[in-house]
Design a protein around this ligand. Structure first.
Ligand SMILES: [Fe+2]
Ligand SMILES: [Fe+2]
Length: 217
């Protein structure tokens, strides 16, 4: 393999630019992204796949932020306020990371962002109006859906774990934190919410629709 070919095979989502080969700090200190001028390095299939992954994950983290904002608007001064705030703070970090990755890989956000803004806040505030149990039921439902979604992505990316190593690390870390949020919801009486099973099923059906739409639009 030629020198250039060897570099290409090791590159993490290399992108075509007018410049030569250079390295960006895409994931803070941990990830290098190589830009090449020779073209044909970027696999259009994997680029489209990564774009889809980043778009839907960015939308999901944005939606999660809006849900916790809605919950805090109702329950911020209650006994569970600090618990919700702590989870929201982690969601802010998740969103920040995907914001950075969207810029680095030139992926546009979903056109549905204004919709998720309103729907997310309404879902958070609406379930919080049922009481802290309602808010926690919402957290359990949403976080379970997001963790399941991240697991699906991890399985897909594991088809080429070397190529997607850094993205895998990010998604695995976030998946673990979403599962922690899920468990916090259960620990705070989510299952005592009115019509818990129905509420959870309806919210998770909504999450599936949101994922489907955000991947495509
Ligand atoms: Fe998150
Ligand atoms: Fe979460």
């Amino acid at each position: 393999m030629s020198g250039a070919g060897a570099v290409a095979s090791r590159s993490l989502w290399p992108v075509r630019t007018c410049g030569g080969l250079r390295t960006l700090s895409a994931y803070g200190r941990r990830i290098g992204v190589r830009f090449r001028s020779s073209g044909m390095i970027l696999d259009s299939v994997s680029r489209a796949g990564v774009g889809r992954i980043l778009r839907v994950d960015h939308a999901g983290e944005y939606g999660a932020n809006r849900i916790y904002a809605g919950q805090m608007a109702v329950l911020g001064r209650s006994s569970v306020g600090p618990v919700i705030q702590k989870m929201w703070d982690q969601e802010k970090d998740h969103l920040k990371k995907f914001d950075e990755l969207m810029v680095t890989f030139r992926v546009r956000p979903t056109v549905l962002m204004p919709f998720w803004n309103v729907v997310g806040f309404a879902l958070g505030a609406g379930t919080a109006l049922l009481g802290k149990e309602g808010a926690m039921a919402c957290t359990v439902a949403v976080e379970e859906s997001i963790a399941h979604h991240y697991n699906n992505q991890i399985r897909t990316l594991m088809e080429d774990p070397e190529k997607y190593e850094e993205l895998l690390q990010v998604i695995k870390k976030f998946r673990d934190e979403e599962l922690e949020h899920h468990d916090i919801g259960l620990e705070h009486d989510a299952e005592l919410a009115p019509a818990y099973a129905v509420l959870k099923r309806v919210i998770q059906a909504g999450c599936s629709v949101a994922i489907y739409l955000s991947e495509r639009f």
